[in-house]
Write a protein that binds this ligand. Sequence first.
Ligand code: NAI
Ligand code: MG
Length: 336
Amino acid sequence: MSQTIAVIRGDGIGPEIMDATLEVLDRMKLGFDYDFVEAGLGAYEACGELLPAKTLEAISRHRVALKSPLTTPVGEGFSSINVELRKHFDLYANVRPAISFPNTKSRYSGIDIITVRENTEGAYIGLGQQLSEDGEVASLTQQITRHGSERIVRYAFEMARKQGRKKVTVVHKANILKSTSGLFLRTARLVAADFPDIECNEMIVDNTCMQLVMRPEQFDVIVTTNLFGDIVSDLCAGLVGGLGLAPGANIGKDAAIFEAVHGSAPDIAGQGIANPCALLLGAAQMLGHLGKEEDARRLRRAIVSTMEARDRLTPDLGGTGNTRSFGEAISERVNG
Ligand code: NAI
Ligand code: MG
């Protein structure tokens, strides 16, 4: 049975990078069918809804979606569509690889770090947001559950084992945030005991940030709570050349959504110069998720060798090519 993928072409540069990505996937002859559905500003303008029921229904039916960036209209009453999607499908694992590519402006090479960020709990649950009447005191509720911690840490260890990775670093702040980060850390230790073949170490989040900048090669897989993961994964993206090369997967039990980490880049939309790599790397994550590991490697190799040759790269990478030509250069390499 062929696999159908829900495809959201998105806003701004979204359609441009999605077209380039699908062209590369088509060239790989993977036999996918695509179900094109809408979300974001485009959907809002077309039917008055940011996240139409038809789109949710398609994602839950196909269980896999490839998604371009969406523009959330500025103004009251519009909550982030990405947050809505995570909530709706309980996409608890945000998996963000940061891998060094040749010929970027990064000061580092040889980096290969995957951050596994808990995507549904912690400081981002949106509960208890309060500002005192005099505007002097603000507070919010953080919530960590044993269930949420257990499933994210288990996900990280299982992923490490499946990918032949050697080490998982549990990032926390249990020395100060004794209740929330403490529960996460204690749960992580119990889960780690089930994976004696994988080294587990613990690191406090502030030290982690320093260590990432000073000696990034010591990291392999990082697993952490929502807020720390948000920050640490962007730091990792910065180590390998920025958001143009940073993909992210949002994974739940019943659905998974693969995307670029960057936004819809309204400043360059319509010019045809956006870098399609982050979305292509998201597609590579999707291939791995679908059990097509060899195809995922094939796609990544094609991206790497295109960058090595500096062949038709987009301007953000210092090239003189465009989205289409960069995609073509990658396409020409995916089959050999
Ligand atoms: P952005 O990531 O869209 O842009 C930041 C800067 O990076 C801009 O200068 C842009 O030109 C550049 N850039 C981003 N992607 C690029 C690419 N593929 N190639 C070359 N240059 C690239 O962030 P910004 O401007 O803060 O947000 C714009 C819109 O995107 C907002 O409406 C925001 O809500 C939305 N957004 C959506 C996300 C998603 O759907 N996953 C994630 C982040 C933002
Ligand atoms: Mg973020």
